[in-house]
Design a protein around this ligand. Structure first.
Ligand SMILES: [Zn+2]
Ligand SMILES: [Zn+2]
Length: 329
């Protein structure tokens, strides 16, 4: 099979011939039909994530068809449509795993980081961490598997908020905005300075206000989600939220946070991060995405053009989510 391979951080991916992966007893072999491109892939490629498997096939928003199963696989059979997320394996025995917080497991392994991912024609995944995708369409479903899931987890952790700020209006934000509007919240979208395309996109998805990340919205916000990897957004968000509001950082990596006066945090404002996802998040989010229904906006690239898709993501040229499709899929 062929795959886009990262040999070391800092160099472009190369379309490479690799041995077909073989499923172990708990794994399914999947023919990839689409794989989303996530900002985490950029952090991996830029060397901002510690200890990746190298070389590695990136990609953790995988949609495909099961073509073979390991001897102990119970949930899937050949022909099933399946989704593979970022969380690829957890220990099941640590304090985090035993208290419903497998997203924090110290021994967790992540798809497209510690385990070869979906920028490939074929991949294997532990069936216990895969999701059935009946009712979700191929390329459109891919962004649900990370942007959607992490966005959903961040949104839940923001608590009840009538006025929700969203910083960084990319793949996750465009999904969360639909959940928020569906549940009756007002969405305030913050983008890079002068990014009128993203601001128009946000309004089209129901945002009541859209502006630059440094601007002040007309009202105080009850919560804010930060999807962009810029640490200076943290004091910016704290400055525009009400007392008691949560500011939730959803990225795996951020630039340093500038110092800011304690008065910005005072008043029981809460600053927190969101890490990874649990399978329970997926069990709640995927049916909700169907009910809303969430419509993902995708920009589809041939998988061999993954470097171009990553460059477009880095430059902020994508409205919605980039998705790679392998040859012949
Ligand atoms: Zn664990
Ligand atoms: Zn991701």
């Amino acid at each position: 099979m062929k795959a886009m391979l990262l040999s070391q951080p800092g160099v472009p991916l190369v379309w490479s011939e690799l041995a077909d992966p073989r499923p172990d007893e708990h794994q399914v072999l999947i023919r990839v039909s689409a794989c989303g491109v996530c900002r985490t892939d950029l952090h991996l490629i830029d060397g901002e994530l510690p200890d990746p498997k190298l070389p590695v096939v990136p990609g953790h928003e995988i949609v495909g068809e099961v073509v073979a199963t390991g001897t102990l696989v119970e949930r899937f059979k050949p022909g099933d449509q399946v989704g593979v997320p970022w969380l690829g394996w957890t220990c099941g025995t640590c304090g985090y795993c035993k208290t419903g917080r497998e997203n924090l497991c110290d021994r967790a392994r992540f798809t497209g980081y510690h385990i070869d991912g979906g920028y490939a024609e074929l991949t294997v995944a532990d069936e216990r961490y895969c999701f059935p995708l009946e009712g979700h369409r191929q390329a459109e479903a891919a962004p649900l598997l990370c942007a959607g899931l992490i966005g959903y987890r961040a949104w839940k952790l923001a608590g009840d908020a009538q006025r929700l700020g969203i910083y960084g209006f990319g793949a996750a934000a465009h999904i969360v905005a639909q959940l928020a509007v569906h549940s009756g919240q007002e969405v305030y979208a913050f983008t890079r300075k002068g990014d009128t395309v993203a601001q128009a996109f946000a309004r089209q998805l129901g945002a009541v206000w859209a502006g630059d990340s440094t601007s002040t919205p007309p009202v105080r916000l009850d919560a804010a989600l930060i999807f962009a990897p810029a640490g200076d957004l943290i004091p910016a968000a704290l400055r525009v939220v009400t007392k008691g509001a949560a500011v939730v950082c959803a990225g795996i990596h951020m630039s340093d946070i500038p110092s800011f006066p304690y008065t910005l945090l005072w008043g029981e404002r809460v600053l927190r991060s969101v890490a990874n996802l649990t399978r329970a998040d997926a069990a709640a989010f995927l049916p909700l995405a169907n009910r809303v229904p969430v419509k993902t906006h995708t920009v589809v690239y041939p998988m061999t053009h993954a470097n171009e898709a990553l460059a477009d993501l880095r430059a902020g040229r994508i409205s919605g989510a980039a998705v790679l499709v392998p040859p012949g899929a």
